[in-house]
Design a binder for this molecule. Sequence first.
Ligand SMILES: Cc1ncc(COP(=O)(O)O)c(C=O)c1O
Length: 376
Amino acid sequence: MDIDAISAVRLEMLEARGIRRELSPTERLADGRVLRGGQPMVSFCDNDYLGLTSHPSVIEAAVGATRKYGAGAGAARLVTGDNPLNEQLEARLAKLKGLPAARVFGSGYLANAGAIPALVGAGDLIVMDELCHASMHAGARLSGARIQTFAHNNVTSAAHYLQQRDATSHALLLTETVFSMDGDLAPLEQLAEVAGQTGAWMMTDDAHGFGVITQDNPAPVQMGTLSKAAGAYGGYVAGPASFIDLLTSRARTFVYATGLPPGVLAAALAALDVMEAEPGLGARALANARLFGSLIGHASIESAIVPVRYGEADAAMRASAALAEQGFLVTAIRPPTVPEGAARLRFTFTSNHREADIRRLAALVLKTLGDAGAAK
Ligand SMILES: Cc1ncc(COP(=O)(O)O)c(C=O)c1O
C-alpha cells in the first residue's frame, strides 16, 4: 500500500472511533469575537486569557519590531537569530518567576521537549502526573529516562514512585501548575516536599497559570508559554543560572531551531508591560470563570478553565454544535487529548468576556447537559 492509501485507512479508523480531527478556519476579531464560516461568535475556548492578542500596545510593538528587524529571525539564535529582544524578554521572565535566569524557546512544546532531556537521561527516573501535557510526555520520552506516571494530583502515589529511585541516578518530578484540560491546580508545596525528601528535582509547566493566577511555586525549574495569557508566541524555561546556560548548548529544540521572530518577542515584552500595568486582568478572567461555575453548579473553580464532561465524544460534539447554533464557540475535547469516556467541553474565560454572555452561555450549557442525560 502506498502512503496515501494507508493514510486513508487510518483516517477511516479514526473516524469510526469519533476521534478524527478537522480544521475549522477561524478569524479572531479585535473585539474578542471570532468569525467561523462567516458566522460571528463569542469564543469560550481560546487561551487568550487577558485579551492581549488584540491589545493595541501589543500589536503596535509587534508591528514596530517587524518593521525595524524584519518578519523572521533569519537563523537559530546561536547563528544570527539572537535579536537583543530575546535577552530583554529572558531577563523579564526570570524576574517575574523569581528565578535566576530564563531561556526563551520557539514554543512551549519545544521548551518542554528541550529542557527535560537536558535535565535527565538514560538510567534516570521521571515521575510525572498522568495528566501532564503532551509536550511534557514528549520531553520525557526523548530523555530516555524511565517514566512512571502517578495518579492525578496524588502526592502519596508520587512519593511511592520517587522512593523507588536508584540513589545513584537522578529523579525528576513533573507536574503542571494549572491542568490544561481540568483547570485544577497541583499541590505544589506537597509535591516539592516529597521531591525534597527523596532528593528528586521538580519542574512545572505553568502554561495556564502564567498571568492568570499566582501560586507559590517552589519548583527550581519552571516552564511556560507566551502563547496563552501573554497573547504572543513562544515558550520559556526559568531556573538556576547554570542550567539555563546549559540549555544553550544541550537543549536540541533550542540549538537546532530558528529564533522567534522579532515581532513576536516585542509583542511578548509589551504583553508583560500590560500585565504589570493592569494587574487586575487575571483576576477578572478568574472571576468570569467562577461566575460561570456558580451558574452551572460547579463550586470549586480554581482557574480560568472550566471543564464540563459529557462522557462520549459524540455527546460532547452535539453539545458543541448546539452552543454554536446560539453563537458560542466551544470546541469539544475528545480522546486521545483526554481519556476515553471523558470527552468534554472545555470552557475558558478571559478578562474580556461580558457577564450577559456568560449568563446566557450557562443557561444553554445546563440545557445541553439535560439533553445529553435524556439521550443516555
Ligand atoms: C500545559 C501546556 N503545556 C505546554 C503547552 C505548549 O505550549 P505552546 O502552545 O506554546 O507550544 C500547552 C499548549 O497547548 C499546554 O496547554
